[in-house]
Design a protein around this ligand. Sequence first.
Ligand code: PGA
Ligand code: ZN
Length: 424
Amino acid sequence: TVETVTARRIIDSRGNPTVEVDVVLADGSLGRAAVPSGASTGAREAVELRDGDSARWHGKGVDRAVAHVNGEIAAAVRGRDASDQAGLDAALVDLDGTPAKSRLGANAVLGVSLATAKAAAAAHRQPLYRYLGGAGATLLPLPMMNIVNGGAHADNPLDFQEFMIAPVGAETFAEAVRMGSEVFHTLRRDLLAAGHSTGVGDEGGFAPSLRTAEEALDFVVNAIERTGYRPGADIALVMDPASSEFFRDGVYDYQGEGVRRTPSENADYLAKLIDAYPVVSVEDPMAENDWDGWRELTARVGDRCQLTGDDLFCTDEKLLREGIRTGAGNSVLIKVNQIGTLTEALATVATAHAAGWTAVMSHRSGETEDTTIADLAVATGCGQIKTGSLSRSDRTAKYNQLIRIEEELGDAARYAGRSALRRA
Ligand code: PGA
Ligand code: ZN
């Protein structure tokens, strides 16, 4: 049973305050979880409660969320059975009482939800992935490594937010990390040689002053080849345009490139990129309010490319069901803080899998050293994780945790590789 629940304010990878929660059980087991934070957030996400006092933390304080955990939530959770995650999460949702967790704050609620799961795993003397996923949780995810940053995550003109590499041909997760690291360093040298900055963006990828997606994709494909890998066969490409960020008045406004595209023109453009480069997955190719555009693109390329809804679904099972029903996308991004409890995030994964859709476990652009999502990727068997570049400890911490899990599983470990991109 839960004995104490304590929240504190820590700082995230952008130097902004965030919530960390400790849950201690009667047997002394400790669970600790830190809450991440997005920059290109979806409009339908659960509410991240910020103090809004411009004199402190530029308005981003989380003192109210911390106080909610230490007061009201701690009082409600004390004495509960930590093993009853669904019951706990339902109680948190009820206690908040609003549709988007805006009263207590999804940052307050999620910290307690995750910390309790981790405390329960500790009490069961099990790693989190096994406690949640059972003995069958042995699938190591295909990592999508974000090596070029643009959009809201960097101060360059690139319209698309993320250009990722996915080592589909690796034999093990550890080998996938080695391949990614090698390409990352080749790319660094190539950018330097071409006179570009090699400073990195929020997710640890380079942020060169490029203007078009083609320029970025060419750099990445060349880096893969020059490292000695086959683009497509060994290492595939993944993009997150995060297109809600530049969809205005019904038009995709590519300001870096200096081009405006209607939804149909945007579908043409994306289909061309998907066919010209070894792109196996695109996240938010269309904006969160452009469901027709999503359906058009899915009808055109959904048979050969994973189309993952991030802003479109916000990890919300109800929104996902709408996508499944109407053919908008074929995959869902899972960000635990978009929905606010572990139980709801796991339900969204289950709904995707039941429909033959894929799910991708994901970090936020504002992260901490917390590695819970690495365990969740294995626990759910979703087979894919997106957690940034091969630099910045807030990103590499997740890869390193997966390396440890693979080692611990030993012969039982299986690496998802390319197979992750399709469910039978
Ligand atoms: P965010 O972006 O965490 O800044 O919202 C990540 C993404 O769009 O996938
Ligand atoms: Zn995204």
